[in-house]
Design a protein around this ligand. Structure first.
Ligand code: IMP
Ligand code: MG
Length: 214
């Protein structure tokens, strides 16, 4: 069943000045694309959709670190509520994947923390990731999971960028579809900064300059 995504139009940005932004990031942002409260509302419904589709079977949730840590926490909480009458528990696992430097995908994807992947053998796994851009990261991860002997996978994504994928990947549950902009906040980083920002935002030129690596 296809689920309705919340689509953010290309030109949609709210003024940063209208939101409570931590002091350390003031001046570093040019617009709020998705306020944190909206993420929470959307994740609640997404959890219900996931439960309706997957049902009461045992399920392992795999958090793709670091970007999805906030989304994962919110989703697990909402899924716990959605599954309150469910006789089977869910389990949680964590993996780290790295591919980005500054604002672009390096094309080289490192998967770390693979040793405990054996625990997922024969299981039904919901892969929880922050964003799909080129699709390369998720594609590599799904292949790795299949090779490990995972029985079934679904994907839950906080964000899907409106951009042509380099690799096509299944996007089973998507919270928001967003324009092709580099965004930060709610777990997503620019050279490790902004993960702790609640709202999903676009950086200002001075923010980009300030935290540039090279
Ligand atoms: P892909 O392999 O190109 O699909 O990229 C996926 C990964 O790149 C995501 O899991 C993020 O960690 C990172 N990424 C892609 N787009 C953005 C963005 O706009 N902001 C921050 N990180 C991003
Ligand atoms: Mg990621």
């Amino acid at each position: 069943m296809a689920h309705t995504r919340a689509v953010i139009p290309d030109d949609f940005e709210l003024p940063v000045e209208a939101f409570d932004i931590p002091l350390c990031y003031q001046g570093d942002l040019s617009g709020v694309v998705i306020p944190e409260g909206l993420v929470r509302d959307r994740v609640r419904r997404l959890a219900k959709d996931i439960h309706a589709e997957i049902g009461n079977k045992p399920i392992a949730l795999l958090c793709v670190l670091k970007g999805s840590y906030k989304f994962f926490t919110a989703l697990v909480e909402e899924l716990t509520n959605a599954r309150s009458a469910c006789p089977e528990p869910m389990t949680v696992d964590f993996i780290r994947v790295k591919s980005y430097e500054d604002q672009s995908s390096t094309g080289q994807i490192q998967i770390m923390g693979l040793s405990n992947l054996d625990e997922l053998k024969g299981k039904s796994v919901l892969v929880v990731d922050d964003i799909s851009d080129t699709g390369r990261t998720l594609a590599k991860l799904l292949t790795t999971l299949k090779e490990t002997g995972v029985e079934k996978t679904w994907t839950a994504l906080l964000l899907s960028k409106r951009v042509k994928r380099v690799v096509d990947v299944p996007e089973d549950f998507v919270a928001f579809e967003i324009p092709d902009k580099f965004i930060v906040g709610y777990g997503l980083d620019y050279n490790q900064k902004f993960r702790d920002l609640g709202h999903i935002c676009v950086m200002s030129p001075s923010g980009i300059e300030k935290y540039k690596n090279n």
